[in-house]
Ligand binder design. Sequence first.
Ligand code: Q9C
Ligand code: ZN
Length: 334
Amino acid sequence: MQIFFDDRQCLHDPKRELHNGDWTDYFESASRARAIGSTVGKADAPGDFGEAPIASVHSPEYIQFLKTAMTRWREAGRSGDAIGYVWPVVRRRALQFGRIDADLGQYSMDASTPLTEGTWEAAYWNAQCAIAAANTVLSGDKSAFALCRPPGHHAGRDYLGGYCYLNNVAIAAQHALDNGRKRVAILDVDYHHGNGTQDIFWDRGDVLFASLHADPATDFPFYWGHADEQGEGAGAGSTMNYPLPRGTKIAGYQEALRKALERIEQFKPEMLLISFGADTFSQDPISHFELQAGDYSLIGSDIAALGLPSVIVMEGGYDLETLGQNTAEFLSAF
Ligand code: Q9C
Ligand code: ZN
């Protein structure tokens, strides 16, 4: 299986995050990429497919914000990473003041996703990896892996959050549609609900989004991922959420997975894109499922049994000791 990674993805390197009322070392560290890279085999640098595939998912204003936020933050006299602290709650107007602090709130959903000097460049090459993986499968390979880091599935059309800046899996899916595919499915098996991906394809009938995740009644991102969220307009019925309780083990996980896979089969997609997170692991420091080593090959085999051309995109997973092994195990099923 071809694997894509670019060293520039490590240029994004926040120092710390707000966690349970205190500051803690940033969980989504550049060492995650090294840990995965050391177990999954040789990776290739992606080509440069430019900004157009990114712009077909994210708004021009948001892309401009990502590119310039750090310069503006420094110009405002700040040291440290750029983090928002005021948010326009639902139904506030999207006002534009040109003030960096206001824009940080406007273009983000949480306070655990700082911008650093290298964030745009890292996110850009990260997205190129997802596009390269899609291209590999579009040209006939059975599967490909985009070793994305930072992750992407919490980022919406015009907002960052949950350690995510550009929605890599959405960019890859849209790229496949822009290159001749008519219907694609996205299966999200990260511990957290992929709210950004859901928002991006909410009213779209050509993309099925199915997500297994910790019940948002107890876990981040809280305001998305409930079972009654099913899409709207042309996308009515094309969003499927399978919230699972904390403590979920492989049996409960596979039961929900089978339902999601059945729904994907009915949709008859030409390509499957998988948001893969290893943060469902029992030892993950910020998550609460009980999956064990060995379970990832079972999950991988269940998904691979669909026989669909598959693009696998890395999302979360924060236990550096096991992240590489669990990811390699999942990939080996494809
Ligand atoms: N500081 C992904 O797994 N948690 N994102 C915020 C802890 C955010 C996880 C509270 C979790 C986001 C891709
Ligand atoms: Zn996650």
